[in-house]
Design a protein around this ligand. Structure first.
Ligand code: COA
Length: 329
């Protein structure tokens, strides 16, 4: 029988600099009241100049490895859409800085769905024997790519990193990953984009991140609901058997709309965005670490994950929460 993928460690890290809604309102045409009521966000953490996604990833990964007992990983996947450089990938440097010698390491770009895409890739590699212990990191520093005066994106995004260690194990063990569902629709590529700087327009000047928020909102609700329902059914769980719903932390109103459609009560939804905003690929592992640290997420809990991001990409997965101690900030 092929081995199952089991989560055995989790860590997370937020850069120390906090930017509150009030602070944003001093230089953007926005207000604490608007941001709180339209998004649920109160503050976000932002990298200082010179701090990169790779730096965030190393901090979270160190904590995840410690949480997993300190044993080295034999493969590294870094889910990010804000790499340190367009080339090479950031993951090999992160592996090197962690002292992981000669291990395969690569970046995975699926924007806010990156962590779930990474879970699926790790599970496949573990199942076919190519890896025994995978370090999966979700890290992004979108603040470095936002236009200084864009209230639409500045209000929403924050920087951060979360990481998990996944090992080969048994499907009945706590921590075992259940069904995963992924999807994409490239016809929606312009909803979330950095228009220039890639190979299509290498010399173009439009290098800031743009987002058509209203449209993204609608597609996010639809796709997260569909894929989360699909994996919940595949896992054989009734809606009221989901103990904790940990979705990509983009907007509290999106979380509310999705959980209502899934018939999951509000008190079973993990909320971390109030303190970190939308941290893209980091948001699910950050929310998992936070929910586990606060006791909302308990060993044995049936946990449902879902995400939607640029591409468009989306995904969902189930997991029975293990008895792990999260290492968080
Ligand atoms: N502060 C104050 N006012 C703002 C504002 C801000 N930060 N951003 C927009 N507004 C204004 C708009 O100009 C508009 O004013 P108008 O009615 O006079 O034209 C009004 O608020 C409503 O704007 P709208 O864009 O319709 O707001 P919204 O309710 O859709 O909220 C987002 C905007 C970005 C918060 C919301 O669309 C969203 O969260 N979308 C999904 C984001 C997401 O999930 N992204 C990542 C996916 S991976």
């Amino acid at each position: 029988m092929k081995p199952a993928t089991v989560l055995c460690g989790i860590g997370a890290w937020l850069p120390p600099r906090v930017v509150t809604n009030e602070a944003l309102s001093t230089y953007l045409d926005t207000s604490d009241e608007w941001i709180r009521t339209r998004t649920g966000i109160r503050e976000r953490h932002i990298v200082d100049r010179g701090m990169s996604t790779g730096d965030l990833a190393v901090e979270a990964a160190r904590r995840a490895l410690k949480s997993a007992g300190g044993e080295a990983a034999d493969l590294v996947i870094l889910a990010t859409s804000t790499p340190d450089h367009p080339c090479p990938a950031t993951a090999p440097d992160v592996a090197h800085r962690l002292g992981l010698v000669d291990v395969p390491a690569w970046d995975l770009a699926a924007v806010c769905s990156g962590f779930l895409y990474g879970l699926s890739a790790a599970a496949g590699l573990i199942a076919n024997g190519a890896a025994g212990r995978v370090l999966l990191i979700g890290a992004d520093a979108f603040s470095t790519l936002l236009a200084p005066n864009d209230r639409n994106t500045r209000a929403v995004f924050g920087d951060g990193a979360g990481a998990v260690v996944l090992r080969a194990g048994d499907p009945d063990e706590p921590g075992a990953l259940g069904p995963v569902s992924l999807g994409s629709d490239g016809s929606l590529r312009e909803l979330i984009t950095i228009p220039d700087g890639g190979s299509r327009h290498p010399a173009g000047a439009d290098r800031y991140f743009t987002m058509q928020g209203k449209s993204v909102f609608r597609h996010a609700v639809e796709r997260m609901t569909e894929s989360a329902s699909e994996v919940r059914r595949m896992a054989g769980w009734a809606p009221d058997e989901v103990d904790c719903f940990v979705a990509h932390q983009a907007n509290q109103r999106i979380l509310q709309a999705v959980s209502e459609r899934l018939r999951i009560p509000a008190d079973r939804c993990a909320i971390h965005l109030d303190r970190a905003g939308n941290t893209a690929a980091a948001s699910i592992p950050l929310a998992l670490a936070d929910a586990s640290a606060s006791g909302q997420l308990q060993p044995g809990h049936r946990t449902l994950l879902a995400a939607f991001g640029g591409g468009a990409t989306w995904g969902a997965a189930t997991l029975v929460w293990p008895d792990v101690t999260p290492h968080f900030v």
